[in-house]
Design a protein around this ligand. Structure first.
Ligand SMILES: [Ca+2]
Ligand SMILES: [Ca+2]
Length: 503
């Protein structure tokens, strides 16, 4: 045995020290590297996209339609590790029984004309509204009157004004604003009545994601059709601040009296009842005020508190145009809802950014001492302004900026802040991932074309044909005058009484 081993070792050693071995090793690595780079290059050129989308779809379609269960438990029960925890929740709503489509068929076109004249459209909407649905989406662009002379527009405007349940569409073109198709003129100032009608389609023309909202070039939000309709249908609390570790405050430089190029220092602390009023202090950093799309300075803080919702881990400062963006990160959820906390935890937190605006430790609050006790900060600052976001039992408790010792006389209050991820200000509770960019043309995971926020479309779910639908003629027929019911004269359609059940 030993002889065999020695023999083997000497053979191997001989081989390793031979020139041939290194030649082989070199060629193996070179070929491996070239193959790797070639695949990487081809993927980068999206030559595998079709294949990737095919497998994406295959996996997606393998999921259970019942979102109340993780798809693993339905399709691959032996893989379901979450089965016992019961933590999966869903607020999926049955859409098939409560969405009705009213469509214009060729017959309707012959009967009512196309495009529908304003007066005709007004009476159709009026009729649909008489069934009292929660919301009506007018999925027809009406940026210009029909007829163009505008002789009938007042009828349509009257209906649109009177029925606030009607939502209209608009399509913003970010690249060429002149190509934007606007909402009806009478509703243009009412964002709650306008839905953005853009979709991100992939290179194979499949729409895999729906849009929650779009940011325009000025940064304003434009809610999508799905968002507008769903928010009218679901209770108010379906959206809210997303559980996130980031707290961001937006402070206009003018409010602070800070100017471009000014050198300041900053630090932070959190004081909360969640942890028996323990205080988490951070060290400090300096920053020179200049507009930039990356943070100017950042402070890292250790894991040093019992409660991860209040334990500061990172503090940063950034300036964009004339607004200072202050951010804090904790280990868990910052500004949590009460049901995010365990029962014995008190939901009360006070987050503070300390700003030493004159970079002078001798003016303002010295961060080495607080309430007569040493804070343990090695590099203290003299804070001249304190920015506070207080949080108590799931609600705001003191959002203000004040000079040390003048907490009752705030410099300014109620600046904007978000306790959720700044890239994603809305909570989407359906239990599916949300893409944070409207990516068009490049599949669900690469490339950026327009700004916006999308969620994966359940394109294996309901399709238009799954919903009850009625033609315009059916809706417009008055069920009381039976002999005049046009649809009942034909064998192919049903009486509008069916439509009365629809809402
Ligand atoms: Ca900490
Ligand atoms: Ca100072």
């Amino acid at each position: 045995m030993a002889a065999y081993l020695i023999n083997w070792l000497s053979k191997t050693a001989k081989r390793v020290f031979s020139r041939k071995f290194w030649q082989e090793a070199f060629f193996t690595c070179a070929i491996g590297g070239v193959v790797f780079l070639a695949i990487w290059f081809l993927r980068d050129k999206q030559l595998f996209l079709g294949m990737e989308l095919y497998h994406h779809d295959k996996l997606h379609l393998a999921q259970s339609l019942d979102f109340s269960k993780p798809y693993l438990s339905t399709d691959f029960p032996w893989l379901d590790f979450r089965k016992k925890t019961g933590s999966w929740s869903s607020n999926r709503v049955d859409t098939k029984s409560n969405i009705v489509i009213v469509k214009g068929t060729e017959k309707d076109v012959r009967q009512f004309g196309w495009p529908l004249e304003d007066q005709t459209l007004a009476s159709i909407l009026d009729r649909i509204a008489s069934f009292e649905p929660k919301a009506i989406l007018l999925d027809i662009y009406r940026d210009i009157p029909v007829p163009r002379s505008g002789t009938q527009i007042h009828k349509l405007e009257e209906v649109l004004t009177n029925h606030t349940e009607i939502v209209t569409i608009r399509q913003i073109d970010l690249l060429d604003p002149e190509m934007t198709i606007d909402a009806p003129k009478v509703l243009r100032d009412d964002p709650a009545r306008i839905a953005e009608n853009s979709f991100a389609s992939d290179s194979d023309t499949t729409i895999r994601r729906g849009m929650l909202y779009m940011n325009d070039n000025e940064g304003a939000f434009h809610m999508s059709v799905a968002f507008q309709m769903v928010s009218r249908f679901l209770p108010d609390d379906w959206i809210g601040a997303a559980p996130s570790p980031l707290l961001t405050a937006y402070i206009p430089l003018a409010d602070l009296g800070v100017t471009n190029g000014q050198a300041i220092r900053f630090a932070a602390f959190q004081e909360g009842a969640s942890d028996d009023w323990a205080i988490d202090w951070t060290e400090s950093a300096k920053a020179t005020i200049v507009s930039s799309n990356t943070p100017l300075a950042e402070i890292r803080d250790s894991r040093d508190m019992e409660d991860p919702h209040g334990d500061l881990r990172r503090v940063s400062i950034q300036v964009e145009e004339d607004v200072m963006t202050l951010q804090m990160m904790v280990d868990a959820n910052i500004l949590p809802a009460s049901n995010n906390l365990s029962k014995n935890q008190v939901n009360r937190y006070y987050f503070h950014w300390l700003l030493d605006l004159d970079s002078n430790v001798d003016t303002g609050l010295n961060s080495s001492q607080y309430d007569g006790a040493a804070t343990g900060v090695r590099d203290p600052i003299g804070a001249d302004v304190i920015i506070q976001v207080g949080w108590r039992d799931g609600a705001t408790d003191g959002v203000k900026a004040y000079r040390p010792g003048e907490e009752d006389k705030p410099l300014f209050e109620d600046f904007s802040y978000t306790g959720s991820n700044p890239d994603y200000p809305f909570r989407f509770q359906i239990g599916k991932s949300v893409y944070n960019r409207l990516e068009s043309g490049d599949g669900p995971y690469v490339g950026v074309e327009l700004s916006g926020y999308t969620y994966p479309f359940d394109y294996k779910g309901s399709r238009g044909g799954d919903f009850s639908s009625f033609t315009i003629a059916q809706v417009m027929d008055d069920g009381k005058e039976k002999e005049n019911i046009r649809c009942c004269n034909s064998s192919s359609c049903r009486c509008p009484r069916a439509a009365e059940k629809a809402d």
